[in-house]
Design a protein around this ligand. Structure first.
Ligand SMILES: *Cc1c(COP(=O)(O)O)cnc(C)c1O
Length: 403
């Protein structure tokens, strides 16, 4: 093993060591969170925040391993939540920092409780603003409305495009005209948009122009503008200078405070999933390795997004001499991680290390097929490995019945 590039992200944190050397004693499958990589991301983000005087929040939807929040907290203004539980987690685990929440629709029976945890509450529609805005305001909260600038900047990821026709996410200008009243406008402290996914700052620039066109008359009356997430800021080739220009020009043009709430960028390339080969065989010309890790259960975005996760020492299919199709042990035919090539044939018991496994994994995995949840370890900044959590039969069973 040792294809080129393994000493760079997403495997930079291994410090040039072999995965078997570092993680060979760990039970598989397991996630390994990389504290030093998280801090490197934090430094990049806080650099942007300092140079532009904006505020950056961790979108917990992508990464919510709260044991690592203290490592990220010095770099961030707070957390962003998708609802009650994430808001509570943010307020408990990043104490003293801001807690923002956006939800497609809030529940009446939980709204009082939400007000205990969140300080910025973003509504999705004029009707939700009308229903809950006054009590949020009375509780001293900063109140926002998510807008839909109707500006799609990505291709191929329809399920990640909140600007697609018929979208339920955000208020279009037409919906605004229909639903907003002077009394509702008075409740608003800020506007929020979230339309990007793994994108560079040129897409943000395009989006900001659309926001300016559709809501430019409203923004001078606002205190803040939240640019949402989907900014791939910590990717090595991301254009940070252009992002900073976008932030500065929004601040100057509308005299607003700017928030960013990246999820991925906070924990990009900051974790691994270690797995072992359980079986190797051939079906016709296809060489197959069945792993103890599952795409469907342990890296669901591989199927949902979909994407091909980086694998230490492996090449694209056809790049190196031995090609294997890697799949999980579940009964789902499509539980396939991808086709990878290797210097030597895979064998039973081999350790494989997938990269960029901190985001949308530990917070999105499941026990479909009765699969065990991978244990979670931390590779601490001092090089020590620490076990955060192990999982067993009870974690599978407890969600399913009376006990
Ligand atoms: C998903 C989401 C984010 C984070 O998105 P990333 O792609 O992980 O950066 C931020 N804000 C909102 C409202 C979201 O739905």
């Amino acid at each position: 093993m040792g294809a080129s590039g393994d000493n760079r992200p997403p495997f930079l944190g291994l410090g040039g060591k072999n995965p078997a050397e570092l993680f060979g004693a760990l039970p598989t499958p397991c996630y390994i969170l990389d504290e030093a990589a998280l801090c490197r991301n934090g430094e990049i983000l806080s650099g942007v925040a300092q140079r532009t005087d904006c505020k950056i929040l961790l979108a917990q939807k992508a990464f919510s391993n709260y044991d690592l929040y203290p490592a990220l907290a010095p770099f961030l203004a707070g957390t962003e939540a998708s609802g009650l539980y994430e808001a509570r987690l943010g307020s408990e685990k990043m104490p003293g920092k801001e807690v923002h929440v956006f939800c497609g629709a809030y529940r009446e029976d939980k709204f009082e409780e939400l007000l205990r945890y969140a300080d910025h509450i973003v509504f999705n529609s004029p009707r939700q603003l009308e229903k809950f805005g006054p009590s949020a305001k009375k509780a001293g909260k900063s109140v926002g409305l998510r807008v839909n600038p109707e500006c799609s900047t990505q291709e191929g990821h329809e399920i990640y495009d909140p600007c697609a026709p018929g979208s339920r996410l955000g208020t279009t200008r037409a919906q605004w005209e229909e639903g907003m009243t002077p009394r509702l406008l008075e409740l608003l402290d800020g506007l929020h948009f979230h339309t990007l996914c793994e994108q560079d700052s040129d897409a943000l620039e395009t989006t900001l122009n659309a926001v300016s066109q559709r809501f430019g008359d409203i923004l001078p009356h606002m205190k803040w503008l939240n640019f949402g997430g989907g900014h791939h800021i910590t990717r090595p080739d991301y254009d940070i200078a252009r992002l900073e220009n976008c932030i500065r020009s929004a601040r100057q043009k509308w005299n607003v405070e700017v928030y960013l709430e990246p999820g991925e960028a906070c924990a990009l390339n900051a974790g691994y999933l270690a797995a072992r080969v359980l079986d190797v065989f051939r079906n016709g010309n296809t060489h197959i390795a069945v792993l103890d890790a599952s795409a469907a259960c342990h890296m669901p975005d591989v199927l949902e997004m979909p994407y091909r996760p980086p694998l230490y020492g492996a090449g694209e299919s056809g790049e190196l001499p031995y090609i294997f199709r890697l799949g999980g042990p579940t009964c789902l035919a499509g539980d396939v991680i991808g086709d990878y090539s290797f210097d030597t044939p895979l064998r039973e018991g081999d350790l494989l290390l997938f990269g960029d496994m901190a985001i949308y994994t530990t917070c999105k995995n499941n026990t479909f097929n009765g699969m065990a949840l991978p244990d979670i370890f931390v590779l601490c900044s001092d090089g020590q490995l620490q076990c955060l959590r192990t999982f067993g039969y009870e974690d599978f069973k407890c969600r399913l019945g009376s006990g």
